[in-house]
Design a protein around this ligand. Structure first.
Ligand SMILES: Nc1ncnc2c1ncn2[C@@H]1O[C@H](COP(=O)(O)OP(=O)(O)OP(=O)(O)O)[C@@H](O)[C@H]1O
Ligand SMILES: [Mg+2]
Length: 236
């Protein structure tokens, strides 16, 4: 998919979770547009729909209604949905994901964890790239350690390296500094800011950390499944 000058456009997205007879309206009509090179932060209280929204934007989940467009192409909506094959391609080529709990594989070393997407997508010659990223993140001296042998902040940096190894256009980060102290969180913030500034990486980040949210050029607040920007409802 050609994504030059793309934007990611959500229109009236809703997501209802069903558990037995119970229905939870996690998203209640979110419309927003994210452009290439932006650094956007989503803030809001627990349960306000941040993870739900970021998963939808990252094409990892299907909305209950509404539309999502990437680079002018409909991912969901208008009665259409991108095919499984194309969805897989978008997930692998356009997005890099940092999940709320990092999901490092405990039996693989730092180096192997970062290389995992390369192996998974059968990309050869990624060894240098893995080393380059780990070096950039100040983790080259921990390459052969297991996740259980490094600190929380270091695990977070490994998760960032892994999310970047496929050279994504958009980095989706769900609480990239969750559970970290101020100093470590600040370090992650510096890395993300630098990536956005120097390589124009688009970053969409969920955070509870006000200092981290401050680093992003744009701040969107989630409240009860709705998105607010500058006190107004977010529009396209
Ligand atoms: N798989 C699911 N099944 C049912 N309900 C869910 C599911 N996932 C999330 N929810 C509910 O949807 C709402 C939004 O959840 P979401 O995970 O998006 O919140 P969040 O803003 O990311 O919260 P946190 O800051 O705690 O991570 C919550 O009420 C949550 O309990
Ligand atoms: Mg969440």
């Amino acid at each position: 998919m050609t994504t030059n000058g793309w934007s990611l456009q959500a229109r009236d997205l809703t997501r209802v979770y069903r558990r037995g007879s119970e229905e939870i309206q996690a998203l209640d009509g979110v419309s927003l547009s994210i452009k290439k090179g932006e650094f956007v932060s989503f803030v809001g209280s627990s349960g306000s729909g941040k993870t739900t929204l970021i998963n939808l934007l990252g094409c990892l989940d299907n909305p209950s209604s509404g539309e999502l467009e990437l680079a002018g192409k409909t991912v969901f909506g208008k009665g259409k949905r991108l095919g499984e094959k194309e969805l897989t391609q978008v997930r692998r080529e356009v997005f890099g994901y940092i999940f709320q709990n990092f999901y490092l594989i405990p039996t693989l070393t730092v180096q192997e964890n970062v290389a995992l997407p390369l192996a998974f997508f059968r990309k050869p010659g990624g060894e240098e790239e893995v080393e380059r990223l780990l070096k950039m993140l100040g983790m080259e001296h921990r390459m052969n350690h297991l996740p259980g042998q490094i600190s929380g902040g270091e695990m977070q940096r490994v998760a960032i390296a892994r999310a970047l190894v496929n050279s994504p256009e958009i980095l989706l980060a769900d609480e990239p500094t969750g559970n970290l102290d101020t100093k470590r969180a600040g370090e992650i913030g510096e890395v993300l800011t630098e990536l956005n500034r120097s390589s124009g990486l688009t970053i969409v980040m969920v955070t509870h950390n006000p200092e981290l949210a401050q680093l992003a050029g744009r701040r969107i607040e989630m409240r009860d499944g709705r998105a607010f920007e500058n006190q107004e409802g977010v529009t396209t």
